[in-house]
Design a protein around this ligand. Structure first.
Ligand code: G6P
Length: 371
């Protein structure tokens, strides 16, 4: 079993470490490093069909749903198309509004999740086209879609999704670059900037894991006994706060909530005390950075314990936090990928300290094929 795990103690850790390669595999052969142009003929849609779209509807469950939420921020900013993101279990029983000009994007690691599949079927009955983002070749969701962007992350064994998620984020970004060119919403300069940012990600992640894993492991000793965690993010990192919280609860059984930082005042601020760690995602170059800092100040003035993730060399963030994980400066479009990985490592290390069965958490299944 150790051999299958390539010397890692758990599949989850192996898969966290595989992310630079998985992301490379997702964009390789699709993204031209010189021009930033993307080729994904497997999505089938013609340029005319892409131009005539009036809405995107993303369907997913669990971690894949969080990738979908990131997709909304990307598509609405860079492609200027309205995006709905819906949980499979909700969409399938809802009176949704969909027509032939709606593109449905089911996102699923396994391609077999029952609720996502049922939603896809209903959407197609209503006339929508479907392009899946999926990791498993020939799975049901890919067979029932018009086209599929395979993530090529390799088999994911750990129940808690890691490399499949960051590969989904990569696939979404490729789709955005592709649609942005065809629909004329992305200038060549912008496209090249984003492509350059994405091309750098595998290398940045490799360095980041190497540098931060020992620190995160060290910190996990202080955090393993905590009973509640709050994760805060804004804008494109709000879904990453949700994902960080989900990872922790899935494998460590610690109660964790992800929140849009601006919503804190409408509830979770009542819970702040010396006990509950608040994980704050605060990259310096995001337009909501100042807003994140004021949210952190609000937590601090209530004696909260701030564990923040931000940009290397950010002195302000250091001053207001108990602990800071310093991440490389990166563009907005790739920041969800960069900020996810340390949160995976944090969940992993805390769960290991608590003696949890990281690869097979209780009551959870890798793929939920029944309702
Ligand atoms: C299960 C898994 C999660 C996964 C979710 C959706 O709950 O434990 O890790 O995110 O299903 O799975 P899918 O294969 O559709 O991405």
């Amino acid at each position: 079993a150790m051999a299958e795990k390539a010397g890692f103690k758990h599949f989850m850790l192996k898969e966290i470490y595989e992310q630079p390669q998985a992301i490379l595999n997702t964009f390789r052969g699709r993204l031209d490093p010189e021009t930033g142009q993307v080729k994904i003929p497997e999505i089938i849609l013609s340029p005319e069909e892409i131009k005539s779209l009036n809405k995107i509807c993303i369907l997913a469950c669990g971690t894949s749903y969080h990738a979908g939420l990131v997709g909304k921020y990307l598509f609405e900013r860079l492609v200027r198309l309205p995006v709905e993101v819906e949980l499979g279990s909700e969409f399938r029983y809802r009176d949704f509004l969909i027509d032939e000009n709606t593109l449905v994007i089911p996102i699923s690691q396994s391609g077999e999740t029952a609720d996502t599949l049922a939603s896809l079927r209903r959407a197609r009955e209503a006339g929508a086209r479907a392009v899946a983002i999926c990791n498993v070749l020939g799975s049901t969701i890919t067979r029932e879609s018009d086209g599929t962007i395979y993530t090529h992350a390799g088999p994911e064994i750990g129940v808690a999704s890691t490399k499949a998620f960051t590969s989904q984020l990569t696939a979404l970004l490729l789709l955005v670059l592709y649609f942005g060119e065809i629909r004329g919403t992305l200038s060549e300069k912008e496209r090249k900037r984003i492509a350059k940012a994405l091309l750098k990600v595998p290398y940045q992640l490799e360095k980041l894991i190497e540098k931060l894993h020992p620190d995160i492991k060290e910190l996990s000793y202080q955090y393993q006994k905590k009973r509640h965690f709050l994760y805060l993010g804004r804008n494109i990192l709000f879904p990453i706060a949700l994902e960080g919280a989900l990872k922790l609860k899935e494998i460590s059984y610690i109660h964790a909530e992800g929140y849009a930082a601006g919503e804190m005042k409408h509830g979770p601020i009542a819970l702040i005390d010396e006990e509950m760690p608040v994980v704050a995602l605060a990259p310096q170059n995001h337009h909501v950075y100042e807003k994140m800092i004021s949210n952190i100040e609000e937590v601090r003035s209530r004696k909260g314990n701030i564990f923040s993730l931000g940009t290397e060399g950010d002195g302000t963030l250091k001053r207001v936090s108990q602990h800071v994980l310093e991440l490389p400066a990166c563009d907005w479009e790739v920041s969800p990928i960069i900020y996810t990985v340390p949160l995976q490592l944090l969940a992993y290390e805390v769960a290991v300290r608590r003696g949890c069965d990281v690869d097979q958490p209780r009551n959870l299944a890798k793929s939920v094929t029944v309702e």
